[in-house]
Design a protein around this ligand. Sequence first.
Ligand SMILES: NC(=O)c1ccc[n+]([C@@H]2O[C@H](COP(=O)([O-])OP(=O)(O)OC[C@H]3O[C@@H](n4cnc5c(N)ncnc54)[C@H](OP(=O)(O)O)[C@@H]3O)[C@@H](O)[C@H]2O)c1
Length: 297
Amino acid sequence: MMRILITGRDGQVGWECQRSLQVLGRLICVGRADCDLAQPDAVRTVIRTVAPDLIVNTAAYTAVDRAESEPDLARAVNAEAPAVMAAEARQLGAALIHLSTDYVFDGHQPTPYYEDDAPSPLSVYGHTKWRGEQAILESGAAALTLRTSWVYADRGHNFVRTILRLARDRDELRIVDDQWGAPTWARSIAEGVAAIVARAGSDRESIAAALYERGGIYHMTAAGRTNWHQFAECIVAQVPDPARKLKAIVPISTAEYPTAARRPANSLLDCERLAQHWHVELPRWDDALVLALAARE
Ligand SMILES: NC(=O)c1ccc[n+]([C@@H]2O[C@H](COP(=O)([O-])OP(=O)(O)OC[C@H]3O[C@@H](n4cnc5c(N)ncnc54)[C@H](OP(=O)(O)O)[C@@H]3O)[C@@H](O)[C@H]2O)c1
């Protein structure tokens, strides 16, 4: 059975990948305590010890605002660790599936971004993720990078959980309505990863060959579009909560909600390349949200 090393075991996507990939191979799942991505030697040692056929790197420094004041740590985790993973994968003849972000773009373009559009990140986080993508491309490893956006799950820090919590504490929420994107359920991403792995092959040689042939960068987000304000309205409308205080969600502009890191106004990613090359399409964001809210523990 194929050996699959998953990093970021306790994160939103990593947790769901443990569920979706379990039928495709023997999983070795590592969290921060087993493998600190800020330590290149730790990453090397884990990969050499596990000798995986496939690495799925879901771990990342994802604190977008904090990254502005911790650029070295963000760079180590988001750019240098993926470079080490790619070099080790190449050495082993293994394949690498990596996650990246819509925040590699500046969002000034009015239409959805294609994979070949030029990145121009507005934030330290976006810049470090872009560096990670480039390091993987330059490594010559059999690798595939999936850019996704606005991830949420029933665990970790995310917009859905924050809105449901704040709706109990506040009468009014002020949410930006001029940033557009596709909220993407972590489980949809993990199922997309599983479909790609299943299509790529069931042993080291076949999966590496498939990623040499059809690897590179792909966009993988939910279909459809919304803004943060509409997304918040949709979340609250679907979850009855007798303890809720919230009376209104007021639309505001990004200028009225300053954050340490700047965010793109347009985060929409065109996902047609993934559909054409891998026959993988994630569901619409609002359909997935219904399922995600119903599946909450
Ligand atoms: N969240 C989003 O909205 C979003 C949007 C677009 C793209 N992405 C990308 O999608 C991928 C998955 O994101 P996610 O939402 O699942 O992130 P997440 O929930 O924040 O999980 C990230 C995981 O990485 C781990 N991690 C952070 N620093 C580490 C370190 N130094 N060593 C080892 N592990 C470390 C964290 O460990 P701890 O649990 O110990 O903190 C956490 O388990 C990432 O590549 C991210 O950049 C995310």
